[in-house]
Design a protein around this ligand. Structure first.
Ligand code: NAD
Length: 332
């Protein structure tokens, strides 16, 4: 091991895995990779130097001890791979969601695995600024927050049929609810745990997928605050925004405008704070934090196993509510 040039094994070399490999190289890491698909290994090698490439995780783990790991496989594999890599007692950056449900996360209880969870919007400067301003009291008492994420699945990975992408598969952990649990994580990060959840989780579009494609959630908090989330894999143009309404104004984050905006009047007039950051910066932020954890310049991850499990508790409550048509109370 070299403290200055850590060697990271990237598990899963699809869109997110290749991005992590690129970013880690840019941060002066040595990078190895594992993907069961030979074409994914070749694509990764074509982008830049890879120390070693493997078709089996066992072989990759037997070959050596790494300084850290990135897990970017489909969500149904995350828990097994955290446990397998965790044996080397190194920090693991695991892509979101942590798994497909909370029951599967219980297997991590005694693993001692050191995990930084990749709910990467937390490293996105406009989202962090939105949260700071929300908590600053600028819009007074917050009464409701609305989250919208709407993006047609066929546009996500133009290089492959959407039917072949794990997002199409309920079994592998695809679908709007699990994949866009980014926004459930942000809800928890902004406002803490809701008291109850009412949700519908459906497959309503013509998309040829087994996973859900449309989610509507109402979350109720103590003090009467409400949040609602709409997530779908159908919408064009794509929209991602969050609007918080307070007694003294409305604060909005818009991904498409790369802005945080404030309005206090009845008209559609906004004071806009425009950002110039690009999407990759949030992945670079997560990778930089992984390196701080590996080097010991940081001791605790800013997004943890507990955060990943908390988001999945809300996912489970949404499914339960959708199945029985009732509001689900969450434990305090
Ligand atoms: N943080 C973010 O904003 C963000 C963005 C994109 C993806 N992700 C997450 O990254 C993960 C991967 O998503 P993606 O878009 O790269 O999907 P992808 O389909 O492009 O890549 C997944 C890769 O995993 C490989 N794979 C399949 N089975 C595997 C196994 N058992 N072990 C290791 N690799 C295996 C596939 O061959 C494929 O190359 C998901 O958890 C996804 O939610 C996060």
């Amino acid at each position: 091991m070299s403290a200055t040039q850590p060697h990271i094994l990237v598990i899963g070399l699809g869109s997110a895995g290749k991005r992590h490999a690129r970013n880690l190289r840019a941060l002066d890491c040595t990078v190895s990779g594992f993907d069961p698909r030979a074409d994914r290994q070749q694509e990764t090698a074509a982008e830049g130097p890879m120390e070693a490439l493997f078709s089996s995780l066992d072989d990759a783990l037997k070959a050596q001890t790494y300084d850290g790991f990135v897990i970017a496989s489909p969500p149904s594999f995350h828990i097994d791979q955290i446990i397998a890599a965790g044996v080397q007692d190194r920090w693991i950056l695991c892509e979101k969601p942590l798994s497909i449900d909370t029951a599967s996360c219980r297997r991590l209880a005694d693993s001692g695995a050191k995990v930084l969870l990749g709910y990467t919007y937390r490293w996105w400067p406009p989202v962090a600024e939105f949260r700071r301003r929300l908590h600053s009291g600028e819009i007074g008492a917050v009464r409701h927050i609305r989250f919208v994420m709407s993006a047609h699945l066929a546009d996500w990975h133009p290089w492959e049929r959407y039917q072949d992408f794990f997002m199409a598969s309920r079994e592998q952990g695809g679908g709007a609810l699990l994949d866009e649990s980014h926004f459930l994580d942000l809800l928890l990060w902004f406002a803490g745990k809701p008291q109850s959840i009412m949700a519908s989780v459906d497959k309503i579009s013509d998309l040829d997928i087994s996973a859900d494609d449309n989610v509507d959630v109402i979350a109720s908090f103590g003090g009467g605050m409400k949040a609602n989330l709409h997530l779908d894999l159908i919408g064009r143009p794509h929209q991602r925004h969050i609007i918080a309404v307070g007694e003294e104004g409305t604060l909005m984050w818009s991904y498409e405008e790369n802005a945080v905006k404030l309005s206090r009047t009845g008209e559609l007039k906004w004071e806009s704070q425009i950002f110039t950051c690009e999407r990759n910066e949030m992945f670079m932020g997560a990778a930089a934090e992984l390196l701080e954890l590996i080097r010991g310049t940081r001791t605790a991850p800013s997004c943890s196993l507990a955060d990943g499990t908390a988001a999945l508790e809300v996912v489970d409550a949404c499914r339960q509510s959708a199945a029985n048509g009732q509001s689900i109370r969450l434990s305090a």
